[in-house]
Every structure is written in C-alpha cells, then in structure tokens.
Design a binder for this molecule. Sequence first.
Ligand code: LIP
Length: 279
Amino acid sequence: MDSEDFQLAEEYFAFAIELAKKVGPMIRDAFYSEKEILTKSCTTDLVTETDQNVEKTILEAIKNSYPKHDFIGEESVAGGLKCNLTDAPTWIVDPIDGTTNFVHRFPYVAVCIGFVWKKERLFGVVYNPILNEMFTAFKGKGANLNDKKLKVSKEQDLGKSMIMTECGSSRDPKHLDKIFKNMQSVISAPVHAIHSLGSAACNICMVAQGGAEAYYEFGIHCWDYCAAGIIVEEAGGVVIDTQGGELDLMRRRIIAANNMSVAKSLSNVIVEQMELPRD
Ligand code: LIP
C-alpha cells in the first residue's frame, strides 16, 4: 500500500460512514415494526426483508461509486454469490449483525462495513442505529465511538477478565457440545463472567470500548468480524486465531482481546478447536 492508496482508502472510509448513516433509519424504523421472519441454513438462522434491503442499498451505492471494487456481503453470499477475497479493493458487509436480536427487538444490532485491500484490513465502520453508536476505525489512526476515542481495558490477567462469546445459530449437537465444553473451560479458568450481546460486532466493539476484556467465537463469518476487528485493534487491542496464531479472516473463528496476554491465556483454555468450512 503506498500513500496514494491510503489517500484513496480515506475517501472510501468517509463514504462508508455516510453509507452506514444512510441505512441506519431503514434498520431503526423496521426494528420497531412487525417483521416477516425467514430462515436460511436452519430454523435458528434468521433473515428478514430488512437485512436484504439494507444489503441491496449498500451494494448499489458501492457499485455506482466504485464499480471496479469487489463486494462480499452476508445476504449476497446466502443468495449464492461466491466469497472470494482477492487483492482487489473489497468491501465486506453485514447489513444487520445480530439479526436474531433485531427480530426480538433486543437493541444490539449493527450494520458492519469493513474494507480490505491487497489483503490488508484498512478500515471498519460498525453502526448501531438503535443505540445511536457509530464505531469507526482506520488503520493507524485510532478508533472512535461517535466523537470519543476508544481505549481497551488495561487488565492483563485472564482471571480478572470478562469474556464475551455466543452459542451461534447452529443446533447441531456435536457443534454445541464443543461450544459448551469451551464455555465450561473458560468460565472455570476462572474468569469473572461470560456474557453475550447476540452480535459478534457488538461484542468486539464492547472489548474495544473497555467494557469486556475479550471475545471469542467459532462459526461466524468474515462479515461478522472484519469491520469490528479493525476497531478493536485501533483501540489498542489484538485479534488472533483461536489457536493463538495470526488471524485468518476467512477461517470463521476469532479471539479479539484487549491485549496479547489475555488473548493467549484465553486461547490456552479453549479446549475444543473447531475447523469450519472456509468463507
Ligand atoms: C450472528 C453473529 C453472532 C453469532 C451468530 C450469527 P448475523 O450474525 O453476530 O455473534 O453467534 O451465529 O453469525 O447472522 O446476525 O449477521
């Protein structure tokens, strides 16, 4: 990435923030209305017309302004589009992270817009229009919640940490068994608590704002954690693979933590590493 690329990326960043603001009211209005609930891979993997409309609005805006850019979006992939991360400027979008929350009017939902170029994660925008929280970060320039700079917690000790994780949407007994074994191992590490907000992006942004020390999950997708991952890093935190190595954006698993000490200690108490089909 040269300085010209960075300058262009800054223009895309401003565009992404405006785009998130534009779709915010679509999510907010629908949040308080009756919804038709559809399912995808199983009866607990939910989608609504709003997820689809928000993604369509974002995709069209990007295609109009930047026709040569690539796009990976949750609902486009659900509709059969291939997930192919190349060196091209690529927008990675989740129209509503926390769709189950959205259906139940649990106010942790966010539109997520991440941007990757030459495989480098450059910026992330996570906007919760219900709580009016706009999380933004650009590589090397820090992270913000609305106008406030974000800073992760200073805690170094896993034993004094609050951990976020989720059960996910799969109800496959073998999958659930591993999730519960991991939860049992983590809670009895011991840690102070395990919490779930119901949205990967909101969980990671909670770590970025210092409200929890770490988050881990298996089975999520690049659109759930791409944007928020940049935000937690720019708030001073780290993102790594659940086994302790470098994060692989398409491997569908992550630890996001306030620092490497907590991240590595957490990876050591995750007893069941799970390998899922790649994005
Ligand atoms: C959801 C995640 C959540 C995870 C679910 C699902 P969606 O994303 O944010 O943390 O547990 O399996 O992937 O489907 O609401 O965009």
